[in-house]
Design a protein around this ligand. Sequence first.
Ligand SMILES: Cc1ncc(C[n+]2csc(CCOP(=O)(O)OP(=O)(O)O)c2C)c(N)n1
Ligand SMILES: [Mg+2]
Length: 384
Amino acid sequence: MSAFRTTIPAVAADEPMIQLLSADGTRTPHEEFDEVLEAGGLATPERLRGYYRDMVMIRAADLEATSLQRQGQLGLWASALGQEAAQIGAGHAARTQDYLVPTYREHGIAWARGIEPWRLLEMFRGISHGGWDPHELRTHPYMIVLGAQAPHAVGYGMGLQRDGAVGTGDLERDTAVLALFGDGASSEGEVAESFTFAASFEAPVVFYSQNNQWAISVPTSVQTRVPLAQRSRGWGIPSVRVDGNDVLAVLGAVRSGLDSARAGEGPRFIESLTYRMAAHTTSDDASRYRPGSEEEEWAEKDPILRLRRHLAGLDEIDEAYVATCEEEAHDLAMQLHHHIHGMKDPDPMIVFDNVYSEPHPIVDAEREAYVQYLSQFEDEEAGR
Ligand SMILES: Cc1ncc(C[n+]2csc(CCOP(=O)(O)OP(=O)(O)O)c2C)c(N)n1
Ligand SMILES: [Mg+2]
């Protein structure tokens, strides 16, 4: 018999998923994560109501952004509907000093880090250079190139090590990096290379993959023959699969992973099992490749509904609180609507700004050529 093992475990068949809140809101204890949540004061009724409000707000902003795209106000929108717990939980699990490196569908992460939603919309309108100050908010700009942010995150983490910001024992100062990417992006070479560097140098990075079941029209089962959570183990990177629609499981896993990383114990990998409830983007029609029954099945696992059920079971939420959240969410959507409709088109010449930190002859030549190009239209208009 060959020494090589040929049995490939069935996809998603034998990797346990940690869940603290089941779909009906029932709470299951978990020794390690409960300790982490308790130590950080992350699961008090007040905090839980806060996560609920955050999720309601970001869902309203997301739905409004889709409408704005349909009104011709945005070039594109990538909805995070259904991934609210996976993102609000991860965003709040990070400590203030941690550095987050997101992909393009992280609106809940952005919200949790204090990035105003209009900044995201401005980018999807194509009129900003990225949106926010990454240093101030400790959150990198969105990355559209799949997986490209993973080596950035590891490089940043290795820099933190060299700055002496890892493993000093001071939880308020030691810093870790949260690298976010999707199930599809996990197939990119950059992610594999990042695992290699992070493992070899024991970089303080938590790789956090939201497995939302789809990479545009490609299901996760095509991306990997083993449960995604198992991928990193060949690199010696400890990993866990959590229910990404369960805000408490996400909080516990991400806080625990980041605290291990900041303590100098090296990288961690988290597979956060969730579902992309909307189409890939406003340019996509998901009904072409996935059955409606799948969407209905996941609607019952809705992260917002789940937390509300849990809070109701604890008698920690009432109709008045729910109504206030809904009113605030409506107001946010209206603010976004008016703000985006009122946006002026920027001067087209700004595309040449900030290409390099110093003047560059090729950029100067391109700018000049573009001025010439635009001047033709001025003549046409003057002649009319
Ligand atoms: C390097 C690269 N290849 C292809 C694309 C086109 N593309 C954009 S999103 C996407 C699917 C990504 O799926 P996943 O990583 O699961 O993230 P999700 O969109 O589900 O959040 C693809 C192929 C890209 N942006 N970058
Ligand atoms: Mg995906």
